[in-house]
Each structure stands twice: as C-alpha cells, then as structure tokens.
Design a binder for this molecule. Structure first.
Ligand SMILES: Cc1cc2nc3c(=O)[nH]c(=O)nc-3n(C[C@H](O)[C@H](O)[C@H](O)COP(=O)(O)O)c2cc1C
Length: 227
C-alpha cells in the first residue's frame, strides 16, 4: 500500500514538472551569476565626473561578470541579514523588478531573463532576441537594439502604496531613479556606456515582457560597449 502511494506521488511530481516547466526543471533555466567584485578601477568621484549618456555602441560581447555587476548595482542584496539592497527603498517595500534583454553576452542565450536578487541569478523566460521589438516600443531609438544588453525596470506599485497610500506612487518613481543612477555609474566604472530611456509606449513594452497586469514598465537602460 505504502509503495503504491509513493509511486503515485512520484508519478504526479513527474507530470507536474512537465506541465509547469515544459519538461525542463526551473533549475535548468536559472543561471547563477558570478559574485560581484567590490573593488573597481576608478574612484566614485571620477565615475560621477565621467558619466555621460551613451547612445552608440560598437559590436562585441559583454561578459557574465558585466551582467552580474550591473544587475547587482540595480537591485542586488548588499545586506544579507536584512535583505537590504544596493538602492534604497521606502520602508524596504522593494516594488521594482528587473528584466534583462540579452543580445550579445558570452555564454548566454539571446532572450529575456528576470533578475532574482535573493540568489543573484537570472531566470530565462523568453527565447530569442527581443531587442528589435523593444526598440520599436521605444519609439525606434536605435540605442535599444544596438546595445549588447538592455535592462528594463518595472514596478508593482501595490507593494509600496499599500503602506504609504498615494504618496507611494512618487516613492516608486524615486526608487527607479536610484536604480538608474546606479546603472549609469556601474556601467561607467566598467568602461561601458548606457542611456536612460524614458520615451516608450507602456503597453507595447508590457506586451513584450512576460509581466502581470499590475506590473508597470518604468525605465529602460541599453548597456553596451562604448565606441
Ligand atoms: C527620465 C529621463 C528620461 C530620458 N529619456 C531618454 C530617452 O528616451 N532617450 C534618450 O536618448 N535619452 C533619454 N534621457 C537621457 C537624457 O537625454 C540625458 O540625460 C541628457 O541629455 C543629459 O546628458 P547626460 O546624461 O550625458 O548628462 C533621459 C533621461 C532621463 C533622466
């Protein structure tokens, strides 16, 4: 009797794995990023001084270390005892989610990934190069399709507004700004270029991203090799 029960459980687990993960376990789709390096080559002051919006990129590949560093600077956990992150958040409500469009990165398939700050890993969500589509949604700004990667910041406003009411809406936008500046500075410190993209069609970006109805795209950052 016990044996039959155990076999049934094994069978059900097997079937649910196939149904919910398309036959591939989520572990196969989750890529652990290398640890961020905490010592850079230039000072913070020089990085701030040199930061500029860069809209033209040369061809080539970024590395997994670049991706690790940039995502860590965007939302990475810097205090593991409290799960506090690289950017401040009103009441530590953390309303922001980070998506990564991969074009040219050594060892990564093209497609859309989502950053998991807790495990410092990325989860492969959508196959294929989607930069062209994102470029069209961003009013055909070429920087979006030419950059090796594109970071998209979305927000689930609810997480913050249920604590702070309408004032929370403003807080969420402020937090996206914090993330954006960190992306600019981290890119500069790595010798890469980026530009803040605020001009895009919300619904078109939503249709490209695998997001829920209550998740709002706020900011787009193409990051690539400076010319
Ligand atoms: C909220 C916001 C939205 C922006 N949107 C765009 C954009 O859609 N496209 C673009 O090329 N630059 C965009 N920028 C970048 C600005 O044009 C740029 O910061 C400004 O020209 C100053 O140049 P600097 O960043 O090199 O100092 C945006 C900047 C901010 C802060």
């Amino acid at each position: 009797m016990i044996k039959v029960k155990l076999n049934l459980i094994t069978l059900l687990t097997f079937i649910s794995n196939i149904i919910f993960a398309g036959g591939i376990s989520m572990q196969d789709k989750e890529i652990k990023l290398p640890e961020p390096i905490l010592k850079g080559k230039i000072s913070l002051e020089e990085t701030i001084y040199k930061r500029r919006s860069i809209r033209h990129f040369k061809q080539g590949q970024l590395t997994l270390q670049h991706v690790s560093q940039l995502l860590w600077a965007t939302q990475g956990i810097t205090d593991k005892s409290r799960d506090f992150r690289a950017v401040p958040s009103a009441g530590a409500t953390y309303p922001l989610e980070i998506y990564l469009f991969v074009g040219e990165v050594e060892g990564l398939k093209k497609g859309i990934y989502k950053y998991n700050p807790y495990s410092h890993s990325i989860i492969y969500l959508v196959e294929g190069d989607k930069r062209q589509q994102l470029c069209a949604a961003s009013l055909f700004q070429d920087s979006v399709k030419k950059a090796q990667i594109v970071i998209v910041i979305t927000a689930i406003f609810d997480r913050t507004t249920k604590v702070y009411g309408n004032r929370g809406i403003m807080y969420v936008h402020m937090e996206a700004g914090h993330c954006g500046q960190n992306i600019y500075l981290q890119a500069e410190a790595l010798g890469l270029g980026t530009v803040a993209i605020g001009a895009f069609r919300d619904n078109d970006v939503k249709n490209i991203l695998p997001v829920s109805k209550n998740e709002q795209p706020l900011y787009i950052f193409p990051v690539g090799l400076k010319q």
